[in-house]
Design a protein around this ligand. Sequence first.
Ligand SMILES: [Zn+2]
Ligand SMILES: [Zn+2]
Length: 348
Amino acid sequence: MRRLPIFIVADVSESMAGEAIMQLQDGIELLVRTLRSDPYALETAYVSVIAFAGQAKTLSPLVELPSFFPPRLPVGSGTALGNVLEHLMHEIDTQIIRTTAEKKGDFKPLVFLMTDGRSTDDPSEAIKKWTRFYDTKVNLVVIGLGPYANLEQLVMISPHILRFEGSDEQSFKKFINWISSSVSAQSRSVSASETTGVSLAKPDDEILSKVDLNKNAVGQDEDFALLVGKCQKRKLPYLMRFEREKQHIQTSNFNLNIGKYHITSVIPLTKEFDELSAEGEYSQTINSDYLVGNPSCPHCGAMFALATCACGQIFCIQGEGVAHCPGCDRDINMGYSDESFDINRSRG
Ligand SMILES: [Zn+2]
Ligand SMILES: [Zn+2]
């Protein structure tokens, strides 16, 4: 039996942390459950899940639907499209059975690449390699999740670029259903003929739209700030999300956004965060004057999750006094500062 390999490639950068990741995780479960009830898909589809942030990792190798177990999605820092394309090409080289003179190999793999942000590495080399060697061997569908997804670079590697614009659970379920209908359609069409194109289900206009590349993605930095800290006690990472209040001063001469960033959530992360993050990720900073709110640590409950060390590490403290920085591993004397200072900002 020839296999139809399906790769779900999911962005798990910090901007996805919390509800979006839970939705995606439930979505993959729903997808597989739905496909198992389709006899064509059940016979041909094999599914693999790859997660990427600053680094990419295969969470679930290519397996037949009955043996697939939905993986738990971790969170990492960054959105390295170059790294994930390299990883994907490696997976295709090693997992896909080629057609030879004696034997028919796998059907053309179908890849769903989902991202919600802008690439934090330079993917141009990987894109070049993809267009030269993989373009004709793989059906790649790119899905931008939400308004911040910057998809311009990806137009080079896929004719199928869509943006998911829903915001509630219901529309996300519809979106997952669209993926499963597309997989079903594809498994039917490959079983029926030797087609090498892709049969996508008709997208629901309400939730999925064709990307208009003349209309750029909304600048992410304007709307929210993400800070990553490390628990002093448990050495585990956490993510603080600050959202900008809408406050503009607009005259005929200038348009100034003066809104501060208010804390909206603090999310505990797992050890895998470091593994999936690229090194030297924090090139951007935000001034402490712009941040409002200091939540408690989601791991140990310490009073303030937003304390900073001179080394740049953000960590949790109980209050003033001596603390141990988990970044540079030194004891430091913590005190309140009236002066503003710059804080390392994560890029999502
Ligand atoms: Zn803590
Ligand atoms: Zn330090």
